[in-house]
Design a binder for this molecule. Structure first.
Ligand code: GLY
Length: 371
């Protein structure tokens, strides 16, 4: 009999791992309250942006994110071929613009840091920015073009992963895991108990809610809340403004992004809030996102507000994902993907599969695994 793995979590990480493990001959079940609609993945923008989102002092993480970005073309092709579904992999690059002189100074520092790491990013004048995206405000102060940062439609990826998992024999068990028990076994909130050869914890920001992990040796995983909006084509049927690529903005020091989808809708995000694990939608956050997005793309006013939501990014103290065996026997973990769940999904799935099959890991992946 092939080994049996229970994966706790049905977001992009849990489903990517489930699909790859199933293809490697493992018997897999995914245990989650709403597989494919769980947690941060459903709310995410689907950004694949290791260069645009680079953070000072995180060169090691950036190297990992670049390795992950390099895997996306092959992953997208396999997923689309396996399912016949379009996952909206958009390779038109990203433009970040500055709204005022201080925002321009911040972007210049960022560009210098990107160049110091050898990353491909180009300074663009205001007119070059407007040449790339005609709907941008004439008030902008220039920007940075990153041709290699892309995006994927998060919900299309989740739908494709669900189908790919089902077609590969993955079983879905709807439920909430309340604790991990020795064995290993999963105790479910409804009283059921499931045992397996291995358990993979891929529950994102819900990990701290699972009992029995005190001796697992995991770093602290905390929720970082993000509000996000979805806007649809205007009431006159036009999709205004036409966004040929992802645009990000620094608006008086605040970050905003507007991501186009194939159907003419756009995703506007996202706040970064440390306020525990509540996911209510605050009027002030919605107002801030809309106000900043309109400042860079005035034509957004004509669009329809379709959705306002919030989700919880799973963050570790050093923003590095946490993948590897825990100190509990036969229990592995893959969480802490923070702002990069979609970007890191193929790389994490490969790492988890190698781990469970006792195969060697690449040095970069080895560096993010638990000691
Ligand atoms: N990577 C985008 C976000 O976390 O908002």
């Amino acid at each position: 009999m092939p080994p049996r793995v229970h994966i706790v979590g049905g977001g992009v990480i849990g489903l990517s791992c489930a699909w790859q493990l199933a293809r490697s001959g493992t018997q897999v079940s995914v245990v989650a309250p709403a597989p494919g609609r769980d947690g941060a993945s459903w709310v995410a923008a689907g950004m694949l942006a290791p260069v645009t989102e680079v953070q000072f002092g995180e060169a090691g993480l950036t190297a990992l994110l670049l390795e992950a970005a390099g895997q996306w073309k092959g992953f997208a092709r396999s997923l689309e071929e396996a399912t016949g579904l379009d996952i909206g992999f958009n390779q038109s690059g990203t433009l970040t613009i500055a709204l005022d002189a201080s925002d321009r100074a911040v972007l210049d520092d960022l560009l210098a840091y990107q160049h110091s790491l050898g990353l491909t990013a180009h300074r663009r004048s205001p007119s070059e920015c407007r040449g790339l995206i005609p709907g941008l405000t004439p008030a902008l102060r220039g920007g940075i073009e990153v041709p290699g940062d892309h995006q994927v439609d998060n919900r299309a990826v989740l739908a494709a992963l669900l189908r790919a998992c089902r077609d590969s024999g993955v079983e879905f068990i709807q439920g909430v895991v309340s604790a991990i028990e020795p064995g290993p076994a999963l105790a479910l909130q409804d009283g059921d108990r499931l045992s397996a050869d291995h358990v993979l914890l891929a529950a994102g920001a819900a990990l701290p809610l699972i009992g029995g992990l005190e001796a697992a040796g995991l770093p602290e995983v905390r929720p970082v809340k993000g509000h996000i909006l979805r806007l649809g084509a205007g009431i006159d049927g036009r999709s205004t403004p036409l966004l040929p690529r992802t645009v990000r903005g620094l608006v008086r020091g605040r970050s905003i992004y507007v991501v186009p989808r194939k159907d003419g809708s756009v995703v506007v995000g996202a706040t970064m809030e440390e306020r525990g694990s509540e996911t209510s939608v605050q009027a002030g956050a919605v107002h801030q996102l809309l106000s900043d997005a309109r400042d860079i793309l005035p034509g957004l006013d004509e669009m329809e507000l379709l959705e306002a939501r919030s989700g919880l990014r799973p963050a570790t103290p050093d923003n590095t994902p946490c993948v590897g065996w825990t100190r509990l026997e036969k229990v592995a973990v893959a969480t802490g993907h923070y702002r990069n769940g979609f970007l890191l999904a193929p790389l994490t799935a490969g790492a988890v599969t190698a781990l469970l099959h006792h195969q060697p890991l690449t040095p970069l992946v080895e560096a993010m695994t638990l000691a």
